[in-house]
Design a protein around this ligand. Sequence first.
Ligand code: PFF
Length: 451
Amino acid sequence: MSSTHNNGRAVFNTKFGAIATTVGSAVGLGNIWRFPYEAGVHGGGAFMICYLLFVLLIGVPLLCAEFCMGRGTRSNIFGAYKKLGDGSISHIAGPLGIIASLLILSFYSVVAGWTVEYCLSSLTGGLDFSNREVGHGQFLNLTTGWRPLLWTVVFLIANFTILISGVTKGIERASNILMPLLFLLLVAFCVNSFFLPGFEEGMKFLFTPDFSKITSGVLLGAMGQAFFSLSLGLGCMMTYASYFSSKNKLGKTAATTALLDSAVAILAGVIIFPAVFSFDLSPEAGPTLVFEVLPYIFNQLPGGMIWSTLFFLLLFLASLTSTVSMSEISITYFCEEKKMKRKGATILSSAIALVGGLLCALSFGALSDFTIFGMTIFNLFDYLSSNICLPIGGFICSLFVGWWVDKKFIKDQLTDYGKYKFPLLGLFRFCVRWLCPVAIFIIFLNSIGIV
Ligand code: PFF
């Protein structure tokens, strides 16, 4: 973050910096790990089309809504609702966002820990996925026992160090270079997919929607994925927008974020599914899918070990830029509302995430038989946050911005007090007033079997 201050708060210096950091939050494991496994479980093409529609019709308007609230109030999620509302809404939306962010941070750190393990194993030449049994056994080896606990802790320490030492600037700079590199790497792997025997089948699976497969579960999963991937519904984008300068065009930033984020998810799908069908794997493997499939791809590439090391290193960094953003939600809340020092606030949220993270890591080992509502702790944290908390947070935000907040305030934010045009203002209002809340509500009713 820059040294320029606005009412005592940091502001991103450049427009590019603001966009890069926002994209840095959005692009992460959600695109490369979560999207393919959700698409695999939910029938491929049917999921894909619902996901893209949700990004466009709910994601982009809600990004604009969170941006307006954040930049207009220069506050954390609780403070933003309090400043613009009557306080009572902030007591619901604030804690909901903070709980969601800590749940996500917990299971996300486990998966990010796997990337560290895979990166190091590739580097030392220890990753062998020459056949299905060896590959699967190796995955189990790497993700059960004490090692995932260690890597979860290591990842959380890295996250903590960045948050506490204010090296955000460093990671921002690094990610400005490394994220385009990750993008290029993904494009290269896509080209490689083209030559795999399962390319056609994989593409068909991903891009041919079988509308009969659209069930309430698919709709809820796709909506949850759109929220998760865009870091929406929990005040993350609100908090980041509180650091935007007045020069940032909010609509453009929202559209760019959604576009790049979806592009990365689609690239990940184009890489994973042809490989799934080429190596006779199941697309329905769930959270372990990407980690079981990718090494097969690296194995058949010349210099696979180098590709693999580089890829998992970049994925690790992409995860860090996302966890830094989700940690910021609770840290700014503890600092601004509970008057804690930044160090204390960072220790507190990291400690909560550590306990949650260790429980999630154990879900693949000692606690694998411990289930709640038929889900392991890991799956429960993921489901609860993505499919329940984030859409509820988005529902509250859209109603709040659509019906409660002064129209002029929103217009001023979107046009920088009339300095530039925002031609889609009418459409934006319609989306936040009607489309988003009604769609979210119906999908919820549908998923509990009412509609
Ligand atoms: N959007 C991130 C990803 O796709 O990996 C995950 C995420 C970041 C979720 C920040 C929520 C959040 F507040």
